[in-house]
Unconditional design. Structure first.
Length: 629
């Protein structure tokens, strides 16, 4: 099924028509993206992709992992099932030739004059009379005469009796309460037996509370719609500009090569290929970003409309059936927003340069297609500044250019300005708050400083003035060397003694062990790149290993170059810098882990850092010097 695009973003969320088969929904199922489809259509979608584990929504293209029960395990959309039934009967009643009487023989051609909402039956004149006057069981049924179609949908909605949600343990009993202790819906029997004595909430009160909570939870999401739309428009504009720039550069390149005739044809082809590659790469990146932005924007629009519709139109049973889906969807959208950068991944920066006089003398190295933001770290040979420090292993750089190091012999923290002049020292030997026992690792996030103690078994959190804030990992860490802080505030600490990297919340609670032996051996430092990947300098493994935020192993690099990596830092383009203690050197790797440069030193190199201006800082532990490049 083709992607339906923006114009269909809400199709399948509140319409009684199936966006896949374009017919009234039959046994509709509600996907986590809040789009609904017929059960049989979902079965067909799954068959088309040759898998029984996922279904791809044809409206928004989100992939849903099927529950253990398969399609039958997907949440039913009771509201749209009811709406479809009403729409079906409305169409039949308004039809020029109504169906035959349901009470008489199907072969009968007797004219139908009414519809019983209670029985959901069409009736002829005689059956209508018996139905409404004679039979005690049907005497009070709600009927609609076919010649009275004023406000027909409302009459059908008021007349047709839709089943309530019944208890799973007592199928004949209707759900009446919400057990706040067990967090589940129960019937009267359950309330009096299994849940006896538990605090109960009336089902209507529970639904009203959930409606308010969900509406409050989603109210801050629609404001992102305009931001996402602006990003989408900007992405389109930059894409167009890239294409214009690409065409312009192609023209320039060809003009130059016309003057150089056939001997420059090979070089011309090479440059055009570079230009096309960069342009295609940029456009592809923007196209991918636009698709994600479209998806997120449409998800918010769909969810917002669905919440409003369900809050206003769903009855108690209908709303209860989708509460879990709504919570899950809103949480999913917010999680995606946290990981969505509100800036474009590419711009229209493509350039071409050519010096004709130089070309005539050296055509073999003629021209280049480039993006200005590309960096050449092969020139990192002579430092622009060398700063004397005291017993430092690692260094962290504040956004104002100040350097922070931990003095593991003096058991304190020292802060230097960008010129190397000491401006603050705090801490003393000890195990109390604000004291240190062999501190090694330091990290800075905003105006918050983190200090890891090798022998203290903890990480302490301070202001940049040295005021103690809290303790992280107290009693859990063993021989911790380095730490790093993610954009969401999660703290990662490398423990050589436990052969693992742990993650903590900003207030110090353990989240999980990100990785451990045998994946990592003797980890000494950790860094986080712009995509959220975690780089771990493993001195025992003689390489750097990369993990995702969930702890999944992604890649490793440096096995052929590193002897004993002790520090790692990553710039905002993904280039990584590794301090090699055993190799007495610092190494540079590109975003794919390819080695591109090495700087050798007279001494053991323990740490490395990079500032916002892409200056690289290398700690030479032997000479007690921090080199700035």
């Amino acid at each position: 099924m083709a992607y339906l695009g923006d114009e269909k973003a809400d199709f399948g969320s509140s319409s009684s028509m199936c966006a896949y088969c374009n017919n009234l929904l039959i046994d509709p199922k509600l996907l986590p993206c809040l789009h609904s489809f017929c059960r049989k259509c979902l079965v067909e979608m799954v068959k088309k992709v040759n898998t029984t584990s996922v279904v791809v929504c044809p409206v928004c293209r989100e992939t849903t992992a099927l529950p253990p029960k398969g399609i039958d395990g997907i949440t039913p959309n009771i509201h749209l099932e009811h709406e479809s039934k009403i729409a079906k009967y409305e169409a039949l009643i308004k039809k020029d030739a109504p169906p035959p009487c349901d009470e008489c023989s199907r072969e009968s051609k007797v004219e139908v004059i009414s519809f019983c909402c209670t029985c959901e039956s069409f009736l002829c004149k005689d059956c209508h009379s018996q139905h409404t006057l004679s039979r005690k069981l049907t005497l009070h049924h709600k009927t609609i005469t076919l010649d009275d179609t004023m406000n027909l949908r409302t009459k059908l909605k008021d007349g047709i009796v839709f089943p309530a949600i019944n208890c799973m343990n007592h199928p004949n009993d209707e759900i009446k309460f919400y057990c706040t202790s067990c967090k589940m819906l129960v019937c009267i029997q359950c309330a009096l037996t299994k849940h006896c004595g538990h605090p109960m909430e009336d089902i209507n009160a529970f639904v009203n509370r959930e409606k308010l909570g969900i509406c409050d939870s989603i109210k801050d999401l629609p404001e992102y719609i305009s931001k996402l739309e602006i990003l989408i428009r900007n992405a389109r504009a930059v894409t167009d500009s890239i294409r214009i720039r690409e065409k312009s550069i192609v023209s320039d390149v060809r003009k130059v090569f016309i003057e150089l005739h056939r001997q420059l044809d090979e070089r011309e082809t090479s440059l055009l290929k570079q230009c096309s590659t960069i342009g295609h790469t940029k456009v592809s990146a923007l196209s991918s970003q636009m698709e994600n932005l479209h998806s997120l924007r449409n998800a918010i629009i769909t969810s917002d409309k669905f919440v409003k519709k369900s809050s206003e139109c769903y009855n108690t049973a209908e709303f209860v059936s989708v509460i879990s889906c709504l919570h899950s969807r809103i949480t999913d959208i917010k999680a995606k927003l946290q990981h969505t950068k509100m800036e474009l991944s590419e711009d229209d920066d493509i350039n071409f340069s050519a010096d004709v006089s130089a070309i005539l003398n050296a055509f073999s190295v003629l021209g280049s297609i480039f993006v200005c933001k590309n960096r050449d770290y092969t020139a990192l040979n002579e430092p622009i500044l060398s700063i004397k420090s005291t017993n430092a292993y690692h260094v962290a750089i504040h956004r104002n250019g100040n350097l922070i190091v931990a003095n593991h012999i003096g058991d304190n923290v020292e802060i230097y300005n960008s010129e190397g002049r000491g401006i603050l020292t705090f801490g003393s030997p000890g195990k109390e708050q604000g004291q240190f026992h062999h501190p090694l690792g330091v990290a800075v996030a905003g105006d918050i400083l983190y200090v890891v103690e090798f022998n203290g078994g903890r990480c302490q959190k301070f202001t940049m003035k040295g005021d103690f804030l809290c303790e992280i990992g107290g009693g859990q860490l063993k021989n911790a060397w380095g730490c790093a802080v993610a954009k969401n505030g999660v703290v990662y600490i490398a423990e050589e003694g436990n052969n693992r990297v742990q993650s903590f919340t900003p207030d110090g609670s353990v989240i999980k062990v990100l990785c451990s032996a045998p994946l990592v051996f003797c980890p000494r430092d950790v860094a986080i790149d712009r995509t959220g990947r975690i780089h771990v300098a493993c001195s025992g493994s003689k390489c750097v290993k990369v993990f995702d935020a969930a702890g999944g192993f992604l890649m490793k690099y440096g096995e052929e170059q590193l002897l004993e990596p002790s520090g790692v830092a990553v710039d905002n383009l993904g280039y990584s810098f590794v301090a090699d203690w055993g190799g007495r050197s610092m190494h540079v790797f590109d975003p794919k882990g390819v080695h591109i440069h090495k700087v050798e030193y007279d001494g053991f190199i323990s740490g490395v850092a990079i500032d916002d201006s892409n200056h690289v800082y290398v700690v030479n532990h032997s000479t007690q010097t921090i080199h700035k490049y």
